[in-house]
Design a protein around this ligand. Structure first.
Ligand code: 1GP
Length: 243
């Protein structure tokens, strides 16, 4: 079986767009998983991301076990903290918050995670994670105690993304924040994509098929959506396979 990363690269080379459904263990109960995943399986979703900003120990693992029973999609941890690392998923976004200057989120938490990662078979995906200002404080900003990059600071956004790539990060993730009032602007996506060789992930505040397509058209290789699936039962119907 090809690796998660190789599959992403293959998709990018074929211009096939990818969609990750984000499940926050703090917001989804284990008994809601079968129905939710049945809808996800019939949609254009290609990945399941699992993670949240503040999740109690053990919740993520239990949820991942249940998700794996109900889908063949790759399940990737998107952890807000080391307690969310577990060996039941297929991979992990090993996120370095390169938009911020908090050493804990640049390298500290990663050092803490190593002893756990060494005893798992998780595919580790080194990811440059960048928080872009969205008009209000996001939980990533609050917990990491970092300042997002201003939307207007296009050069800083581009150079930060490129620095992440040059440091060897295999993915760059532009984040507006969960539940953001508006997604990352297509213009920012377009300009960052032009500079990057590695795949580009976009997430935060995408609530409609039109916004999803706009992100894809601007150059997003993989889009992450969480809140819209939590709040709008019909959203999966709009994203059914073949539509
Ligand atoms: C959050 O980018 C993800 O980390 C998804 O955001 O919940 O707004 O879709 P939403």
């Amino acid at each position: 079986m090809s690796s998660i990363y190789q599959h992403i690269l293959d998709s990018v080379s074929k211009s096939e767009k990818l969609l990750a459904v984000l499940i926050d263990p703090d917001k989804m109960q284990v008994d809601q998983v079968p129905e939710f995943m049945s809808k996800a399986n019939q949609s254009i979703a290609t990945h399941v991301f699992v993670g949240g900003s503040e999740v109690k120990e053990g919740l993520t693992e239990a949820l991942v076990v249940k998700i794996k029973k109900h889908t063949n999609l790759p399940v990737i941890l998107f952890p807000g903290d080391v307690v969310q690392v577990n060996d039941k998923a297929d991979g992990i976004l090993f996120l370095s918050l390169i938009s911020g200057r908090n050493p804990d989120y640049l390298i500290g938490k990663h050092v803490e995670a190593v002893s756990k990662l060494k005893i798992t078979n998780l595919e580790v995906l080194p990811t440059g994670y960048m928080l872009i200002e969205n008009g209000r404080q996001t939980s990533v900003e609050r917990i990491s105690q970092t300042t997002p990059i201003k939307r207007e600071a296009i050069k800083t956004i581009i150079d930060t993304a490129k620095a992440g790539e040059l440091l060897g990060m295999k993915l760059i993730y532009l984040e507006a924040g969960s539940g953001a009032t508006h997604p990352i602007e297509p213009e920012i996506i377009r300009k960052v994509k032009q500079e990057l060789c590695v795949p580009l992930i976009i997430g935060g505040g995408i609530r409609s098929k039109q916004e999803l397509e706009s992100a894809f058209n601007a150059g997003a290789d993989l889009v992450v959506i969480g809140t819209a699936f939590e709040n709008n039962n019909d959203f999966f119907n709009q994203l059914k396979t073949g539509r």
